[in-house]
Design a protein around this ligand. Structure first.
Ligand SMILES: [Zn+2]
Length: 374
């Protein structure tokens, strides 16, 4: 289990470290370079600092973030001022307008984490999790009342989706968004993500996330996914990208027929004898080597992946999928990914970006402060 040995953080000292890291300082400089004045007053560095404070202290709203800073001398000393809540709103509008600058900041942070840990992103896990909207999705305006018209939904981008049961909470419908997340199975760090409306089918977002990981310079070798991603095109798309899919089988007709079983002969069930990724096939051998030929190649597909499902390696990699579940929990509860207090896909995406960027840049700063602890 990945139990953190890092002592409990002091928000103010951590904020200073992150704000002055080269990756975040570059974002501040680039935003400064856009010569956006808005209203004169607060420096960009202080506004980026406000976004970090919000996540570091797990505060859901800008108003409470501004209130905290207003009474916290330590934070004021680092930010150099006391930004107003309105300045925070204007700053998020600026970030949406200069989206590519934020994206490249995230890329720099992931790049630096990867420089410090060459195994980062080698084995990843991808899953989706619910983000209930800050809006009412009920179809009727009141119990037994009239149906809500389209312009009466306060968040037109949110929609109804389904979530699975977690712990003691029952599964069922929810209204809002889904966060698609790719996490490094070894380090537990989130490396690529995307917010979509809840009704979207999550399995279509796995491959774009793998592409984004590759764009960020990560050499993804395996990707663990749950059963809901078990469809042929995902296996093929992963293999095309040199990434081994680790996905349990759904009971389809072919699976029930036994097509996914190893080959058999009169001597028994054939044994796995290694895969050749260049050939795109796995090798299987007659248990007694009496058959002629005694081995044969099976082309990789959903039923016969290059890492077969009954191997130790497959089971170990699939266990890594717990890392993405744990990370959803940490982001939601320790970094205030939830509850959402913004509406609209663009702003919910920005909220997820800022939350995860804060977490990643803290990891980076901690690794630099204590390189031996890693
Ligand atoms: Zn045989």
């Amino acid at each position: 289990m990945a139990v953190s040995k890092v002592p409990l953080r002091s928000g103010a000292s951590e904020l200073a470290g992150v704000l002055d890291s080269p990756e975040i300082a570059a974002l501040v400089a680039q935003l400064d370079g856009t010569r956006w004045t808005g209203r004169p007053g607060y420096p960009i560095r202080a506004m980026v600092g406000m976004a970090l404070v919000k996540s570091l202290y797990a505060i859901p709203t800008w108003s409470r973030t501004a209130a905290l800073v207003a009474e916290h001398a330590g934070l004021q000393a680092i930010l150099g001022c006391v930004p107003s809540v309105y300045a925070c709103y204007r700053f998020t509008a600026k970030l949406i307008a200069f989206r590519p600058l934020l994206d490249s900041c995230i890329e720099r942070v992931v790049g630096s984490l990867s420089d410090a840990d060459p195994d980062l992103g080698r084995d990843v896990s991808i899953d989706a999790s619910d983000m209930p909207a800050y809006a009412n999705g009920q179809r009727f305006v009141s119990k037994g009342g009239r149906e809500r018209s389209d312009d009466e939904f306060s968040d037109p981008d949110a929609s109804w989706g389904h979530r699975s049961a977690v712990s003691t909470r029952k599964g069922g419908g929810f209204y809002g968004y889904k966060l698609q997340l790719a996490v490094c199975s070894r380090s537990g760090l989130p490396l690529a993500w995307q917010v979509e409306t809840a009704r979207s089918n999550e399995s279509q977002f796995a491959v774009p996330l793998i592409d984004r990981l590759r764009e960020r310079g990560l050499a993804v070798e395996t990707c663990a996914l749950d059963k809901s991603y078990d469809n042929g095109p995902i296996y093929d798309a992963c293999e095309e990208r040199g990434c081994r899919p680790i996905i349990p089988l759904r009971q389809t007709i072919a699976v029930a027929r036994g097509d996914a079983e190893p080959p058999r002969c009169q001597h028994g069930e054939w044994r796995f004898a290694g895969s050749d990724s260049k050939r795109g096939a796995s090798k299987w051998r007659c248990p007694t080597a009496e058959c002629k030929p005694a081995s044969r190649w099976i082309k990789a597909n959903r039923l016969h992946p290059l890492i077969p499902r009954d191997t130790l390696r497959w089971r170990k990699l699939y266990k890594g999928r717990a890392s993405v579940e744990r990370e959803f929990g940490r982001l939601k509860h320790e970094w205030a990914l939830l509850p959402l207090r913004v509406r609209g896909l663009e702003r919910v995406q920005l909220h997820a970006d800022l939350t995860i960027l804060a977490k990643l840049s803290c990891s980076l700063a901690r690794g630099r402060a204590a390189p031996m602890a890693a």
